[in-house]
Design a protein around this ligand. Structure first.
Ligand code: HEM
Length: 489
């Protein structure tokens, strides 16, 4: 077998190495280089202390490299925070990288097959169908944002009492994205009775979205990972049932909709009557559009009230450019300081801080090999590259010596030693390449509109979080302690 392997696969790999001058990257030191058991235990430990991102970042820092390799259960994994490597995977060599079987299986179990879990032609088809939902005229329709945000503001105490914003943001973004994409909102902020069902849906989603932990591992530690996860099945059923109900109601009222907008669900119903496909596409897009913006807003309001000068400057910008009325799309586009604060929030707290891709054939990534870490690295077929945007967006050589601190002025011309900042592939909150986030403009305008309305409604915003920011990591990442704030009108 060895002789055969050397004559075929080995020969191809030697040729690639020779052609591109590949060298191996630094290897992460492990006392179990075959099974990588220490890596698995290290991950469990770091995850349970809510320090997984720090752990992955420290592996790169301790190795003094931006790309390292390790072996886990016979698989080669490359960890990287190198922008050029990430660009190669996501854009330049897009077609030879897959989302990877584990991710597809984990997500398909609760959202089925759709834009997030498909590849090749099926993915292209889903993307084409969704794309018109996000064109400018759709995204600039502020009516939906405004209506639901007003309802959320009504529910916030105005006397300075502490309010937990995270659950409100989840209800709000779900209400907005269901109206935007399905033509019918959960209206989850309207009445308490409806909330119960919606909250159940959100809880089930949150549970399924966590690939690192389940009810068994919570109870039995890492041994629990070996047991079947019955709760996952139950949650997947809750999600399926509620989604089915939405689809059914919409099918019955199809054609009666009052809006001229492109409603994704309407278009889906026009091209297929396969219920499973419809449900899966809806769940896929919901999983993208719901929690992500809520996490961004939670992280934003976690940081903002801790910086009185930044808050004051932001208020001033809103007062001067928008006044007291609801903002228009054009006004929001001109709020440069708001954009800088949102950018800075996403830089320090990316909603998708780590991600992976699997090589479909023997290939290379351009950086990380050899003693100087500048040679290309051979990535064998089946190996994984895990890219860490959390670590990359905190790199001092790219963002300056104060890269760990919250300083929006780095995004503004002539206001910071690193400006004008053009980080290119070193700043990737919405990913890049052909699978770049479809909802980027929607999410940014939605979040900006909500922030402007909240700051217009309240004169005082005070942080009530006692702990520093700690990660709550599922497939998205936000603040573990949520975001507690006191507002005064
Ligand atoms: C702050 C909010 C958001 C952030 C940070 C974000 C980030 C991302 C990232 C990093 C990806 C790439 C995932 C991967 O390659 O594995 C992605 C994909 C995607 N996002 Fe977003 N997203 C946000 C909001 C939204 C919203 C509101 C929607 C739609 C309503 C949306 C729709 C999508 C879709 C459809 C994809 C899949 C694209 C594809 O695979 O072709 N996103 N997003």
């Amino acid at each position: 077998y060895r002789v055969y392997w050397e004559a075929t696969t080995g020969a191809t790999r030697r040729k690639i190495k020779q052609k591109y001058g590949c060298q191996p990257p630094k290897r992460w030191w492990s006392w179990d280089p075959i099974l990588g058991f220490d890596w698995v235990i290290g991950n469990f430990k770091a995850y349970s202390q809510h320090k997984l991102l720090e752990y992955w970042t420290s592996i790169l820092r301790q190795s003094n490299a931006h790309t390292v390799s390790l072996y886990v259960v016979g698989k080669t994994i490359f960890l990287t925070n190198d922008p050029e490597n990430i660009k190669t995977i996501l854009a330049t060599d897009f077609s030879i990288w897959s989302l990877g079987k584990p991710r597809m299986e984990q997500m398909t179990a609760y959202v089925g097959r759709g834009i997030f879990t498909n590849e090749g032609t099926a993915w292209k088809h889903s993307r084409e169908l969704l794309r018109p939902s996000f064109n400018r005229s759709q995204v600039s329709d502020f009516h939906i944002f405004e209506k639901h945000t007003a309802r959320m503001i009504e529910r916030i105490p105005k006397d300075g009492a502490t309010v937990e914003l995270e659950p409100l943001f989840h209800l709000l973004t779900l209400a907005i994205s269901t109206e935007f994409l399905f033509g019918r909102s959960t209206s989850a902020l309207d009445d308490a009775r409806k909330n119960e069902e919606v909250e159940q849906f959100i809880d089930a989603f949150e549970y399924c979205q966590n690939p690192f932990e389940n009810a068994n591992t919570r109870k039995w530690g890492w041994r629990g990972a070996l047991l079947p996860d019955l709760r996952q099945k139950k949650c997947a059923k809750i999600i399926e049932d509620i989604d089915e109900e939405v689809t059914l109601k919409r099918t019955q009222t199809s054609g009666n909709h009052e809006t001229e907008r492109y409603v994704f669900l309407e278009e889906l119903l026009a091209v297929t009557d396969d219920r499973t496909q419809i449900r899966s596409e809806l769940l896929n897009i919901l999983s993208a559009g719901r929690g992500t913006t809520a996490c961004l807003l939670t992280n934003f309001f976690f940081e903002l009230p801790r910086h009185s000068q930044i808050l004051a400057r932001l208020r001033m910008e809103i007062k001067d450019s928008v006044g007291v009325n609801p903002p228009t799309y054009e006004q929001v586009k001109e709020l440069k300081y708001l954009k800088a604060v949102v950018n800075e929030t996403q830089r320090l707290y990316p909603v998708g801080p780590i991600n992976t891709r699997e090589a479909l054939q023997d290939t290379i990534i351009p950086h990380g090999g050899g003693p100087s870490c500048t040679n290309p690295v051979l990535v064998p077929k089946g190996a994984y590259v895990a890219y860490n945007t959390y670590a990359m967006q905190r790199r001092k050589d790219i963002f300056g010596p104060d890269a760990e601190s919250f300083n929006p002025s780095r995004w503004l011309e002539n206001e910071h030693p690193s400006s004008p900042l053009r980080p290119g592939w070193a700043y990737l909150p919405f990913s890049g390449g052909p699978r770049v986030c479809l909802g980027q403009q929607f999410a940014l305008t939605e979040a900006s509109c909500i922030i402007v309305r909240l700051l217009q409604a309240f004169q005082e915003v005070e942080s009530r979080d006692e702990e520093p920011w700690r990660e709550k990591l599922t497939i998205v990442c936000s603040s573990l302690g949520g975001c507690k704030v006191g507002f005064r009108q």
